[in-house]
Design a protein around this ligand. Sequence first.
Ligand code: APR
Length: 183
Amino acid sequence: MSTSHPTLTLVQGDITEQTVDAVVNAANSSLLGGGGVDGAIHRRGGPEILAECRSLRAAQYGRGLPTGQAVATTAGRLPARWVIHTVGPVHSDSEDRTDLLASCYRESLRVAAELGARAVAFPAISTGVYRWPVADGARTAVATVRAAVAESPDAFDEIRFVVFDDRAREAYEAALADAADAG
Ligand code: APR
């Protein structure tokens, strides 16, 4: 019985350049594109992605993809097989939406496992336009992914956190180190 556990890796770079099975998109509920990660994925991935997003909107997501949920499409021209679109929560000072952010990581991994994706790349969901503090976003990302892969240690080979700037890299380095120390 192999006790293989996925490696959790950290890369500073553009998520659209990651050669993995599935790339997670920090989308919005419309699934019709936007800026940041969403804009980069649609720009680089090409029109096939948007075409499939429109089909999803015409079918089971008529009212849009709810926050915290995830759905897959083709990755188009990206060096990946699938894009898993997930909608992060907008940060709120008055309401703790951590569970919704955690759900993005959990649901994206559930969809990835259903697809048979063995290597998955995540951006720092909600920490851009949606203003989530990056240190907390990193801690939630690492804790949720670690818990999910502990439940199904053979489901993945690599979970890759892809950050875009030094600040996010430092936040993820700290979150990964703290989690490793906590065992
Ligand atoms: N590759 C990797 N990371 C990126 C890239 C990229 N090409 N572009 C931006 N980022 C980083 C940002 O620096 C931030 O840390 O991804 C993180 C998430 O930022 P956003 O893309 O703004 O996503 P989010 O905060 O979840 O906001 C989602 O923004 O683009 C719109 O349509 C999207 O309405 C949705 C909202």
